[in-house]
Write a new protein. Sequence first.
Length: 163
Amino acid sequence: MTYRVCFVCTGNICRSPMAESAFRARVAEADLADEVEVDSAGTGGWHEGDPADPRTVAVLEEHGYDGGHTARQFHASWFSRLDLVIALDSGHLKALRRLAPTEQDARKVRLLRSYDPAAGDDLDVPDPYYGGMDGFEECLEMVEAASTGLLAAVREQVEGRAA
């Protein structure tokens, strides 16, 4: 049974595709690609059908990740097929929990940086869209830092299903 993770930001062209690509690479490195499906979406549909922001693509590819992406909007009906919904900031967390059809679905929503013990109390990944390339680099650093803890949590869930 496939374990499904979806990363969610606002428009699905910066933070969530970056998290999707980086985490998918971690899943592949851990030999879990056959057991874990990774994708992303936005809370809104403004960019639906668009590729990732060119700055996102540039930073991803510069660091050896896949930059291919098509934006889409998250829908409440997806909760039933997802195991974990990863919000990139507290605004997304609130929006997704409001969108969740059940309490059980709302409990599937987590903040990405909650998986990074060094994050402290600031669990938001800042939106790099209105800034320069340094914001996109910082975003990837935050995503990578949280990916280790997220991978451990997902591995535990996957192995728990197999037991």
